[in-house]
Design a protein around this ligand. Sequence first.
Ligand code: SF4
Length: 214
Amino acid sequence: MSTDDLKKKAKVITKRLADNYPDAKCHLDFKSPFELLVSTVLAAQCTDVRVNMTMTPLYKSKYKSPKDILKDGIENFRNNIKSINFFNNKAKAILSLCEVLEKEHKGKVPGTMDELTALPGVGRKSASVILGNCFGKEDVVIVDTHLKRVSTKLGLIENDNPDKIEAELKTIIPEKDQYHFSMRIGEHGRLVCNAKKPLCEECFLNDICPSSKI
Ligand code: SF4
C-alpha cells in the first residue's frame, strides 16, 4: 500500500478509535510525573493493576519524591514492592533512577525525550508515556504490545522493531493525533482485538481490517 493510501486508512482508523474511545487514558494511576515514571518502570512484565495496587498506597504514605525512596533505602523499598514481578532488579533500577533525578534534575522528572531517555532504565516507550500523559505532548507514539499487535493486524505497519514501528506510524498519523491514537489503539487491544481471541465480529474496524476473521 502506498504511503498516501496508508495515511487515508490511518485517518479512518484514528476517527473511529476517537469515536469509540474518546477518553482512553493511561491505566497506571499517578498524581505526578515522578509517580508515573516509577510505575512505568515497575509495569514492565507486570500488570498495571498489580502496580497500582502496590504503589498507590505507597505514593500516598511515603514515596512522593526521589528523595523519599533514597532515604528509605534499597532494603525497605525492595520489601515494599515485593508483590511486583522482578522486584529485585526493578528496586535497584529505581534507586539508580532516583539518584540521577536527584543529582541532575533537582529531584524533578525532565520533560524532553532526550533527557528522559538519558535516565537509567528509561527507553523511548516509557519516555513517550511520560511526555504524553504528564507534559501534554501530542507527537508521541507509545509502542507497547497492544499498539504493535493491533497496528500489525490492521496492516498499518510492517516492522517488528519498536523504533521502526514508531517511525512508520509517525509518517502516516498527524502529530496532533499520535498520542491519542496510541492510547485508543491500546484500549482497542485490551477490549476487542485481544491477543488470544480477537472479537472480530463486534469490531468497528472489521470492514477495513485485513486480519478480520469474518
Ligand atoms: S477485525 Fe479482528 S483482527 Fe482486525 S482489528 Fe478488529 S478485532 Fe482485530
